[in-house]
Design a protein around this ligand. Structure first.
Ligand code: AMP
Ligand code: MN
Ligand code: MN
Ligand code: MN
Length: 276
């Protein structure tokens, strides 16, 4: 059976390994087909594709797009996108510029909370000048002793309702799906179990996503437990959506699930790679 991993990050966003090293690690751990899906970025795809070719595994160019739906931030993974597509590339350039503005405001918010120079601190953890994320603030805050680990730093500072959180308007669900489809890709709702929305809203999200032409939902993810695998498999069938799977690997020590560690997609779900 071919082992797919369709969600992970490199140093082109908030991962700890270069695109080449991500591919090498995935291959060494038994992944047959890998998608690199850096946040709002396509810059690592050419390097990863080359590495995958050299090492002899399949490669799917992807990206994980940030979206604002109602008042919730969602992630939509695009799979099989053409990295030269202008509308997608320009759209993501814009999103990354928005990230720069947000990062300064996060720095200001943390200063107000008694932590000065966090913007400069976060920049020392940035690995691509093109993209700053909350993960870089998290690494700085942990290293500076303000929190124990990733979970703790998001709980205390960086998530909604906390002193270092800054609300941000990301693209709409419609824009994200349109960009991904325009670039020839498939749109996947990433880790749906992570969003703080109730069951009713989640069904409304899936219905809206399907009506926009969305393709799949991520069923197998470290963000989900076994009961959620079953729940999201059932919901995929109900809404006529396909299923996807991925480790969302960011790096050793930060991701508790490594390449090759996840169970396969449930058989009753039509996989997103069905007609690849
Ligand atoms: P951003 O896209 O800049 O808002 O940052 C979001 C990233 O922060 C996610 O992709 C994760 O890598 C990380 N993240 C968000 N929430 C948590 C959390 N509770 N624990 C660990 N990492 C998180
Ligand atoms: Mn991330
Ligand atoms: Mn995500
Ligand atoms: Mn991710």
């Amino acid at each position: 059976m071919t082992r797919y991993d369709l969600h992970c990050h490199s140093t082109c966003s908030d991962g700890l390994l270069s695109p080449t090293d991500v591919v090498r690690r995935a291959a060494a751990r038994g992944v047959d087909v890998l998608a690199l899906t850096d946040h709002d970025e396509l810059a690592g795809l050419a390097e990863a594709r080359e590495a995958a070719r050299d090492i002899g595994i399949g490669f799917v160019p992807g990206s994980e797009l940030s979206v604002t739906w109602r008042d919730t931030t969602l992630h939509v993974v695009g799979l099989g996108v053409d990295s030269d597509n202008e509308a997608l590339a320009d759209g993501l350039d814009n999103v990354r510029r928005g990230r720069d503005v947000r990062a300064r405001r996060i720095g200001d918010a943390l200063a107000d909370a008694g932590i000065p120079d966090a913007f400069e601190g976060a920049l020392t953890y940035v690995t691509s000048a093109r993209l700053v994320s909350r993960t870089h603030f998290a690494r700085f805050l942990i290293e500076a002793g303000h929190a124990r680990d990733m979970k703790d730093v998001f709980r205390r500072y960086l998530s909604k309702g906390n002193p270092g959180y800054v609300a941000h308007a990301w693209p709409t669900l419609d824009e994200a799906v349109t960009w991904i489809h325009g670039a020839g890709g498939r749109a996947v709702i990433a880790h749906p179990g992570r969003y703080k929305i109730d069951r009713g809203a989640r069904r409304e999200l899936f219905a809206e996503f399907r009506d926009l032409g969305g393709d799949a939902i991520e069923i197998i993810s470290p963000s989900h437990d076994a009961a959620q695998y079953r729940e999201f498999a059932e919901l995929a069938r109900t809404f006529g959506l396909r299923g996807s799977c991925g480790t969302d690997f960011h790096g050793e020590g930060e991701s508790h699930v490594d390449f090759g560690d996840l169970p396969p997609l449930p058989l009753r779900v039509e996989p997103v790679w069905q007609d690849w």
